[in-house]
Design a protein around this ligand. Structure first.
Ligand SMILES: [Zn+2]
Ligand SMILES: [Zn+2]
Length: 310
């Protein structure tokens, strides 16, 4: 595109005021993102961390986004500068740090790794994405479909291969996190003995985690105003955005879930309600006390959700 070329040229030239910097950066975000993503790929290739697949594409994309975000804040303080030149040096500097791809140290705890594993899988797998509603909030298929405002056809499309998540997807994701069976058992135990404590921790980590992974899909990154959300449901558009953004943004999830309480059939305000293992088929086992494997803590919250889904 001609506009793009104009910006590229300008990004190679000196910007002299903060205002000029802000204006140019706002208009040329796609090119900056493109450049940062490209350099991230190169870094991954050079350090033998690259594979030609969607997982790595998304990884490069969200790191590109992270880097541009830092550049936008930092660049203003470096005026006068040549934006592309400054971006390149910021990227080179970031990648020369130890652990350049660790975006948050707090996520290195068992619960952090559990959540991180789920979210990182969710950006490349629809099954995992849709499962987040259950793992974060205890929402079963029936709830999710009502929350998203989907009809039967759409619901079937989204949940088409969901059985895979129960059968293999969840376990595969856990293997990727490096959590052992006993780590997972100990998380379950914490959830049983101190559910509020663990749920508060999840709540605290969610914004860090979600903001990072939302960057894997830049178009679906931004939050909408309450009014915009209302419009989107009323005029029935943005289905992919709904699934993606609500699964990966607690604030919008809470707002939409609260607003759609009548549709969803919840009796109290939605809240974070961690679940470690996937929901068993049908999602009603917990209600009848059939889940004796210790997988469910059976808190009043779980029971309430199970009852409404039955
Ligand atoms: Zn949001
Ligand atoms: Zn549970």
């Amino acid at each position: 595109m001609r506009d793009g070329q104009v910006f590229s040229t300008r990004l190679n030239h000196v910007v002299t005021t903060e205002r000029e910097f802000d204006e140019l950066v706002t208009k040329s975000l796609p090119e900056l993102l493109d450049r940062a993503t490209g350099q991230t790929k190169r870094f991954l290739r050079e350090t033998n961390q690259w594979d030609d697949d969607i997982t790595h594409e998304k990884l490069a994309l969200r790191w590109g986004y992270e880097l541009v975000e830092r550049f936008v804040v930092f660049g203003r303080t470096e005026v006068p500068c040549r934006p592309f030149f400054l971006l390149d040096s910021l990227i080179a500097k970031s990648f020369s740090q130890p652990d350049p791809l660790c975006y948050h140290k707090e996520l290195l705890t068992p619960v952090g790794r559990f959540l991180d594993g789920l979210a990182s899988r969710a950006v490349v797998s629809r099954d995992a994405l849709i499962a987040l509603f259950y793992h974060f909030y205890g929402f079963s298929q029936a709830h999710v479909v009502k929350l998203l405002g989907f009809g039967q056809a759409e619901s079937q499309r989204v949940y088409k291969n969901f059985e895979r998540w129960r059968q293999t997807g969840w376990q595969r994701t856990m293997n990727e996190t490096g959590l052992s069976g006993s780590d997972i058992a100990s998380l379950e135990e914490q959830l049983r003995s101190k559910p509020d404590h663990l749920n508060h921790e999840v709540e605290r980590l969610m914004p860090i985690l979600q903001s990072h992974y939302r960057k894997s899909e830049p178009e679906h990154y931004p939050c909408l105003s309450e009014q915009k959300w209302g419009q989107l449901f009323q005029d029935d558009y943005g289905h992919d955005y709904r699934v993606w953004h609500l699964a990966l943004c607690r604030d919008c999830f809470m707002e939409v879930a609260d607003r759609r309480q009548t549709e969803v059939g919840g009796k109290s305000k939605p809240q974070v309600n961690l679940h470690i293992h996937p929901l068993k088929k049908g999602g009603v086992l917990a209600l009848f006390g059939g889940d004796r494997g210790g997988r469910h803590h059976g808190s009043p919250r779980t029971q309430r959700l199970s009852r409404t889904s039955a």
